[in-house]
Design a protein around this ligand. Structure first.
Ligand code: APR
Length: 247
């Protein structure tokens, strides 16, 4: 299916000095990683978020939470970057200024060659001490679940942002600056339901950028935002071809 690119977007692609992109779980769907909120496949359909992705849940049942992330890590380990990740890495190489902001914790953007990725919600491949909040590279493997911090003996946890926790300051500040300064803002594969990431599209539009949503499902978006109802990989590849025709 050939994604139709509106003329106003083609024009913006050609004139943009700074393109900012926010990605969500939909970008990794084609890599086989379940999204969060899609009823039939979404992770949350099987679990109640408050039972897993919060510090309170971890305190109440650290083993359950650790094992759920272990399961997700096993899915990520088998996942490969897809056309969406590859197109974004290529786009970054072709524009003068490109900011990639992701809510995803799977590291697939980096695997596809993207650099300086702003990981708003952390990275499931990193582990930190629950008490000291420092990243722990290695620990003694015992039958303890979760494993224990080699420094303080406390439980280890994934280095991801849980509901109710603050985002890494450098990442959200840089993302906010990119939203303010960019000429074109692409929101790709996200339901736009979780703050503060969800506000970036509005901030960009308010500061004069052309806003674009790429999602097979229409989402709530500010007036003037273009919605391309398509798969991320197809649409992003079409954008690349539109801006830099093959051959
Ligand atoms: N291409 C583009 N978008 C897609 C595709 C696809 N192939 N498949 C699904 N989508 C869209 C869905 O329509 C949905 O709107 O991806 C979106 C995924 O939305 P969510 O599951 O809500 O994921 P996300 O927006 O990334 O969630 C944000 O919420 O649970 C927290 O921390 C978690 O980072 C996550 C945050």
């Amino acid at each position: 299916m050939n994604t139709q690119i509106p003329a106003v977007l083609t024009k913006a692609l050609r004139s943009a000095n700074h393109i900012a992109v926010l990605t969500g779980a939909g970008v990794s769907a084609a890599s086989g990683l379940p999204t969060f909120r899609e009823a039939q496949t979404g992770l949350w359909a099987q679990y109640r978020p408050e039972d897993l992705a919060t510090a309170q849940a971890f305190r109440k049942n650290p083993k359950l939470v650790w094992e759920w992330y272990d399961w997700r890590r096993s899915l990520v380990a088998k996942a490969e970057p897809n056309a969406a990740h590859i197109a974004l890495a290529e786009m970054a190489r072709r524009v003068s200024k490109f900011t990639l902001i992701t809510q995803n914790v799977d590291g697939l953007h980096q695997q596809a060659g993207s650099v300086d990725v702003l990981e708003l919600h952390g990275n499931i491949g990193r582990t930190k001490c629950f008490h000291e909040n420092v990243v722990i590279e290695s620990w003694l493997e015992t039958d303890e679940v979760p494993p224990l911090c080699p420094r303080c003996g406390g439980p280890l946890r994934p280095d991801v942002v849980w509901f109710g926790e603050s985002l890494p300051k450098h990442a959200i500040d840089a993302a906010g600056q990119a939203a303010i300064n960019c000429d074109l803002f692409l929101s790709v594969g996200t339901s736009g339901m979780v703050e503060p990431a969800a506000s970036l599209l509005r901030v960009a539009a308010e500061h004069g950028a052309l806003g674009v949503v790429i999602n097979p499902t229409r989402i709530h978006a500010p007036a003037g935002v273009i919605q391309i109802e398509a798969d991320a990989g197809e649409a992003l590849t079409a954008l690349l071809d539109q801006r830099w025709p093959q051959g």
